[in-house]
Design a binder for this molecule. Structure first.
Ligand code: ATP
Ligand code: MG
Length: 323
C-alpha cells in the first residue's frame, strides 16, 4: 500500500458485484487507484465503467466485496467515521434548498455540520467569495442558473474544508458556460489544498482539471497518465479530408501525406475520407487545402479533429465505448 502521507486516496484491488451469484456482473473487477495529496485526479470512463461505484466505496457509502482502500489516511471499511469527517461529496442532484438563498443555504449547512452561529456565518461568507456567488447571495436559489446551483452545491460540500472531495460528474447537464463556471470553482478548491477525485465522461473536462487521468473500463483501470500524455498516446489532432469523388482519393492521400509525421494516412473508402495525425494542425490544414486545390480535387469537407473519448478508448483498449 502506498504511503499515507503522500497519497490521500489509495485503492487496491477493489471488487464489487451488485447481483448475487455468478450472473451478477462485476461492477469493479480489481480496481486500483492512488491520488497524490493536493492534486486532482480525473476518473474517465464510459457508462457503466464503475466510476460511481468506486467513488461510493471510497466515500464509505457502499461496501466493496474485496480489496482495500484508504482515504485521508484511514481505511474505509475499518474507520468509516474518520473517513467521513474528512471528505466532501457531491453527486449529480444538488442537495441545496431552492427556496432559500445561497447565504441561507450555506449557513444552514454549517449549522447541520455543528458549527456555531458565528463560525457558520463566517464560513458562508468565505464560500460565497470562493465560488463567485456574492452578487446573488440573497436571491432564492430557484432563480439561479444551472452553473450557479452546481457552484452552490460545491460550496456546500466544502463547508468543513474537506481533505478529499469526490465529485461525481459535476458538469453533466450543464451548458458550456455553466461547465466553465464549475471548472473555475474546482480550480479554486485545489488552491485550498483539497485533493479532488472527479468522475467524468468528458475528455476535455478531465483535460482541463486533472493533474492525472485514470481511464476506467469494465471495473478496471485501463491506464493512467497526465492529460498531455494521454493525448500523446492517442496521437493528438488529426486532419481529415472528405472528397466528393472516389477517383480523388489517391490525390487526397498524397496531399495529406505531405503533412503527417511519418504516419501513413488512413483511408475510409466508404466515407471517401482520408485522415492522419498532424502536429501543427493549422499549418497542415492550409498546406493540404492548397495541394488539393492545385490538383483540382473535389473536396466535400476538410477539418481538424481532436481525439474523442471514444478514440482514446479505442486506441487503448482496442474497442469503442459503446461495446
Ligand atoms: N445499484 C445497482 N444494482 C445493480 N447494478 C448496478 C447498480 N449500480 C450500478 N450497477 C452496475 O454496475 C456497473 C457500474 O456502474 P457505475 O454506476 O459504477 O458506472 P459509472 O461508470 O458510474 O457509469 P455512468 O457513467 O453511467 O454514471 C454497471 O454495469 C451498472 O449497471
Ligand atoms: Mg456514474
Amino acid at each position: 500500500m502506498a504511503s499515507r502521507s503522500e497519497f490521500s486516496v489509495v485503492a487496491e484491488g477493489l471488487t464489487k458485484r451488485y447481483g448475487r451469484g455468478d450472473d451478477g456482473k462485476k461492477a469493479l473487477d480489481g480496481f486500483d487507484l492512488a491520488v497524490r495529496r493536493g492534486t486532482v485526479c480525473g476518473l474517465l470512463g464510459p457508462n457503466g465503467a464503475g466510476k460511481t461505484t468506486s467513488v461510493r466505496i471510497l466515500a464509505t457509502l457502499l461496501r466493496a466485496d474485496g480489496g482495500r482502500a484508504e482515504v485521508a489516511g484511514f481505511d474505509v471499511r475499518r474507520e468509516p467515521r474518520k473517513v467521513r469527517r474528512r471528505i466532501g461529496m457531491t453527486g449529480q442532484a444538488a442537495a441545496v434548498d431552492e427556496i432559500l438563498s445561497a447565504r441561507q443555504n450555506l449557513r444552514m449547512f454549517g449549522r447541520l455540520f455543528h458549527l456555531d452561529h458565528a463560525t457558520a456565518a463566517r464560513r458562508a461568507e468565505e464560500l460565497l467569495d470562493a465560488f463567485s456567488l456574492r452578487a446573488a447571495a440573497d436571491k432564492q436559489v430557484k432563480t439561479y442558473s444551472g452553473g450557479m446551483k452546481r457552484r452552490l452545491d460545491l460550496a456546500a460540500s466544502m463547508i468543513l474544508a474537506p481533505e478529499v472531495l469526490f465529485l461525481d460528474e459535476p458538469t453533466t447537464g450543464l451548458d458550456p458556460r455553466g461547465r466553465v463556471e464549475v471548472w473555475e470553482a474546482v480550480r479554486g478548491l485545489t488552491a485550498l489544498g483539497t485533493t479532488v477525485l472527479l468522475t467524468t465522461h468528458y475528455l476535455d473536462e478531465a483535460d482541463k482539471l486533472s493533474d492525472r487521468v485514470v481511464l476506467i473500463d469494465q471495473g478496471r483501470k485501463v491506464t493512467e497518465d497526465t492529460p498531455a500524455g494521454l493525448k500523446r498516446a492517442v496521437g493528438g489532432d488529426r486532419i481529415e479530408v472528405v472528397v466528393s469523388d472516389p477517383a480523388d482519393l489517391p490525390t487526397a492521400v498524397k496531399a495529406v501525406a505531405r503533412v503527417t509525421r511519418g504516419v501513413g494516412p488512413e483511408t475510409d473508402e466508404e466515407r471517401l475520407s482520408v485522415h492522419a495525425p498532424v502536429s501543427d494542425g493549422v499549418a497542415a490544414l492550409t498546406d493540404v487545402a492548397r495541394a488539393l486545390q492545385e490538383a483540382g480535387a473535389g473536396v466535400e469537407d476538410i477539418g481538424l479533429r481532436r481525439p474523442t473519448l471514444d478514440e482514446v478508448f479505442l486506441r487503448l483498449t482496442g474497442k469503442g465505448t459503446e461495446e
